[in-house]
Design a protein around this ligand. Structure first.
Ligand code: 9MR
Length: 380
């Protein structure tokens, strides 16, 4: 995962040179029509239990800027139709990350995120904000800025207040702090600029500032490699109640869920979610995908697809079984735009739809699991 982030930084540094225009999309404020031939009852959001949001990342920024296709969210009509039809929660894949939204010290670039929020409102979707405090995808002006401690603190506060404030009332959950622990459960004291320069106490301030800017938004920690009970998830289990005891407004713990069929399914996922639920926290699955080994030019086997489907199903079942697991998000819904093959050579096919939006067994596994969780009820 570390390699991925430094690669991403290099890729994004070059991508920043490309001016990112946002074309006006006709009907942006209007609900997007149902895809032709798709009944609204035949979608994930329709069959989801009322208290569970089913979401996806909204493709754009990041690795997309190095691909041959134009921005998926603004250019791909079928993509937009499926996005509106299938999901009742959306997460900007890159459009709220520092490098994207805050490209120069005195410049914010909100157009792309504004468009996502408008789309979500028009289509009766909630939004997950991602992310405010991270070691990756930070702009060079910040990482290489030689700021004093006071300046850095002021920069972080201003960023959080500006970004959270702009979308106050429009973002349901925020991944305030992303990936703050190493695999062994120690804090990222070297690669996270905030923790390195300002000390661990700054984590609490980030949550306080976010809460001040939008008191209704639910504030989360989010990480990968915390699906099971391990040193990293234990570190969150210890940290969050300690912060709460100090009055820090933390509402939830989110598990990303970037899985691979190379490894076994994390069978203790439900038990892990439950121990956070037992603390009175909300939980969420925020970035689920399940990659597999597929040689270039070959198709996955039926067995691989079934194995993938079972991982999607088990992850969803775990969330459904835990009371306050109220948000289940997949990290993209079509292989056409997935980050996986860009970052993992020889792996891919990680999402629930093929490039042409036809459904894979993993899609049907999600649909059936949602149906079983709330038989007979539709939920838009
Ligand atoms: O999907 C995102 C991709 O477009 C970016 O290039 C990449 C850069 O790090 O980030 C991807 O999203 C990451 C998310 O923000 C945090 N968790 C891991 C995700 C996959 O790398």
């Amino acid at each position: 995962m570390k390699v991925r982030h430094s690669l991403a930084a290099a890729v994004l540094a070059s991508a920043m040179l490309i001016p990112a225009g946002v074309p006006a999309v006709a009907g942006q404020h209007q609900p997007v029509p149902q895809p032709p031939g798709l009944a609204k009852q035949d979608t994930l959001r329709w069959v989801a239990p009322q208290d569970l949001k089913v979401g996806t990342a909204v493709a754009g920024g990041g690795h997309h800027e190095t691909q041959s296709y134009p921005d998926p969210f603004t250019y791909d009509t079928e993509y937009r139709e499926r996005l509106a039809a299938e999901f009742n929660s959306v997460s900007p894949e890159n459009q709220l990350k520092w490098e994207y939204v805050h490209p120069a010290r005195d410049t914010y670039r909100f157009a792309e995120m504004d468009a996502i929020v408008e789309f979500a409102q028009a289509n009766n979707q909630v939004v997950r904000g991602h992310t405010l405090f991270w070691h990756s995808q930070n702009p060079a002006w910040l990482e290489e800025g030689n700021f004093s401690k006071d300046e850095l603190r002021a920069i972080l506060k201003e960023h959080i207040q500006t970004v959270v404030g702009r979308y106050a009332g429009k973002i349901q959950q925020w991944d305030v702090a992303n990936e703050i622990f190493n695999g062994d459960g120690t804090l990222r004291t070297t690669d996270n600029i905030w923790i390195r320069e300002l000390g661990p106490e700054i984590i609490a301030d980030a949550f306080r500032w976010a809460h001040e800017a939008d008191p209704k938004a639910k504030l989360f920690f989010n990480d990968y490699g915390v699906e099971g009970i391990n040193a990293k998830s234990n570190a969150y289990l210890e940290l969050i109640p300690r912060l709460q005891a100090e009055g820090v407004p933390v509402d939830g713990f989110a598990i990303q869920g970037h899985l691979s069929t190379r490894y076994g399914f994390p069978g203790d996922l439900q038990q892990n979610l439950q121990r956070f639920d037992d603390l009175g926290l909300e939980t969420a699955i925020t970035e689920l995908d399940v990659r597999m080994d597929v040689a270039r030019g070959t198709a996955p086997t039926a067995a691989q697809l079934e194995k993938q489907a079972s991982y999607y199903q088990r992850a969803l079942e775990a969330c459904v079984a835990v009371d306050e697991c109220n948000s289940f998000t997949i990290w993209g819904f079509t292989d056409k735009y997935s980050w996986v093959p860009v970052f993992f050579a020889g792996e891919g096919e990680a999402t629930v739809m093929w490039d042409d939006y036809t459904r894979k067994p993993s899609y049907h596994a999600l649909q059936e699991t949602l149906e079983q969780a709330s038989p007979g009820r539709g939920n838009r």
